[in-house]
Design a protein around this ligand. Sequence first.
Ligand code: PRX
Length: 673
Amino acid sequence: MVVPDSQDEMYYPPIELQRDAHVPDFNTYLELYKKSIENPDAFWKEVADEFFWKKPATGPMLQHNFDVTKGNVFIKCMEGAKTNVCYNVLDRHVKRGNLGEKVAYYWEGNCPDQHTEITYSQLLCQVCKCANVLKKLGVKKGDRVSIYLPMIPELVYTMLACARIGAVHSVVFAGFSAESLCERIVDAQSCVLVTADGVYRGEKLINLKQIVDEALEKCKERGCSSVAKCLVVKHPALRTKSGASCNKLQTPWDGACDVWWDEAMRGSPEQCEPEWMDSEDPLFILYTSGSTGKPKGVLHTVAGYLLYTYLTFKYVFDHRHGDVFWCTADIGWITGHSYITYGPLANGATSVLFEGIPTYPHVGRLWEIVQKHKVTKFYTAPTAIRLLMKYGREPLQKYDLSSLQVLGSVGEPINPEAWLWYHSVVGQGRCPVVDTFWQTETGGHVLTPLPAATPLKPGSATFPFFGVEPTILNEHGEELEGEAEGYLVFRRPWPGIMRTVYKNHERFENTYFKKFPGFYVTGDGCRRDKDGYYWITGRIDDMLNVSGHLLSTSEVEGALTEHPGVAEAAVVGRPHAVKGECLHCFVSLKGSTDFNYSLVQELKTLVREKIGPIATPDFIQNAPALPKTRSGKIMRRVLRQIARNDRDLGDLSTLADPKVVELLFNQRNEAAA
Ligand code: PRX
């Protein structure tokens, strides 16, 4: 790599940050990158030295095998070392760093009148109390704890309490359905579930405890009674000022299993000795959609995840003491795990923890919070940017956004129009936009600009982070040099990469390592341009990215075919102005079933109930037949083109019955939105 000097029309040389940056220019990036690749041991050792180790490592910083033909795939970081992640992200700052009085989180609730702040010492105290509560409920080292909570501080307390006592948390996004929650509890065999009575999203009140009870009922029907206790937080919006319940919800209660959080925390000791964990002990499981079958329990481990989220946060957002960082993701996704909980806390940062939505109670809500807390680094998804773009500049002009220094994007490709709006309107042309490419599996950023060092091209995630070695392969597994397009793969591990699929190492190997032995396969397509910039071109498997969330087409198809009137279903992605991509579903009905409005509504409800509102189909169209090859395989490429109304179909010679295509184009106009 050399310092790029592009002739491209859209090319943004680095903007000087207000203070000296950690990586001040591209040459420094190149030097550090070279060191991380040529001498990973020395590079990561220096990072590890910033943390506390109860026992030092006996092995090298990283060991691995990525080649399935040579034996089991494995990745190990700092073998032999013992530490505790919670100790490193809290006690280390409070006890040794005098950061006790520093604010860890500014919490902003769904309604602007609900807010609070939590210092590092208060956070440590709450985490220890919660850790003692979990122990009292029977949680031991290695046990799994499912967490189904909205974006309230108790979510962070519970995650860190698990880390403190060596329990493995499994956070389930609180927008998921009872069915999805049940599936994740059954797989993890969790012994405790932590939830809240309810939550407001905008003006809508959601009875979370009722969903939890439904999920637990379903677990029992499937022979899983692992959850012995359910710890229930009373949501601050559902109390009166004095803390009493305000009865807006009927909270179903089972005295044998359910425990109120407040009652359990009252009198719980404020000290809790951390459990000293092996470097490769599990830290958490987070489920992500798979292109076939059930969601995969992506497993991350103690030492590597700590080092990687720490370093990516520090460099990619050029973190400084005095910053106020705000990542708008939900902690139910990996972005929240890495860049709301672990990365910022490992750096002793101050973050905003936001429960609400960008448009409630008004479309300037995000900018109001930026002004209120003088946010310096802001991290969101292209979907949110496109949504807010629709309202124009006016909602932003009411607020002072001059505190902003770095803007981040994550979750899906950002289209140049949204990038330019983010850069010029939100960042007022002053702030670099870091388009960070990564995955639940990668634990942290893998392709990303560094704000003061990397010249930017809108829509490109630019270059690899330290220790990451990307390459592009063609269908035959041959490496492509220079300008090229193909499969994005990585040749070696970095500390934060996942270690396995929980209880299914074979699936881990099959999904990520089988296609091209010796490489981790991301599942994304990628282009490298003449200047060496990487451009993600989208998924190459049957996964869809709706509003920055990965969805499995087969999971949605499975939900649709559960309807008694549906014989067969095929789901493809279709471009959407705000969500990036949305779901277009083709359903073949059984003989006596009519395709009509009420059927479409039933199908939408079914998908919401089975998976959750994020998977709600935008279009459902009648498909008397599906385009199949002679061997019976659905030609998804053709369906994608029908969904887009693109008649440039190319070679259809492998289709068993080409007439189906015209029929589906005709029916498309009647697709119910
Ligand atoms: O397709 C890529 C897309 O999101 C996928 C990972 O999704 P998930 O595991 O849910 O994690 C999302 C948050 C890290 C990737 O395989 N993706 C993520 N970031 C980008 C992206 N596509 C393009 N550009 C990005 N910056």
